[in-house]
Design a protein around this ligand. Sequence first.
Ligand SMILES: [Fe+2]
Ligand SMILES: [Fe+2]
Length: 253
Amino acid sequence: MADSSTLRIAATGDLHYTKHSRGEQQRLLVEASHEADVLLLCGDLTDYGLAQEAEVLAEDLHTYAHIPIVAVLGNHDFESGHVEEIRSIIEKAGVITLDGECVEIKGVGFAGVPGFGGGFGERMLNAWGEPIIKMFVQEAIDHALRLEQALARLHTSQRIVLLHYSPIRATVEGENLEILPFLGSGRLEEPLNRFAVTAAFHGHAHNGTPAGETTAKVPVFNVAIPVLQRLNPHQPPFRIFEVKGSEKEALPA
Ligand SMILES: [Fe+2]
Ligand SMILES: [Fe+2]
């Protein structure tokens, strides 16, 4: 455990809990609780977005995790149309879920949204043509706006962002080119730069790259469990990030 001026963050994502997953992430939750002061869950908490899956996860979180938990939901959590029920079940287990909200823990601010797709850079999808394309693009814009509003409400010097979708291309590289535009949106990058975010964590790109940075050098970490398992096959799949005083310092996972 770090000294009182340091907040140690354990970050992971894509737990994909099923109704048969009881105890599956016991080691992750127990060790993260020993090594860190707060645990971040970057979406895809459940596999099919079923309440029963969320109940199994909530019980494991309650049993094995003993530090504050902050989460965003992922696309799998939306799959069955029970997203409010899932949110309610995990919140009853003490998890703080963020969708355009923010929270302050021990002087460090956390803001989060699930995010959305649309791609990155010059070839990012634009709101042009059919109404359905405009709706798709608007969804990504809405997530970026909600993130911006959450960041604007934080008055801490250190700001951490949770996402499910990636804000940059670098951390989805490794995935098939055909699906890159569905793994994130460059529209999420601008709020990270403008608010000089300390670090951003996301999941979703299971075959992506562990770390990258925005154009303004904000560190971005892909903490999807399969990515972390490839990075450190013998360690429980979470990344430790240390926020120290008023400066920022990243430690290797
Ligand atoms: Fe996932
Ligand atoms: Fe996902």
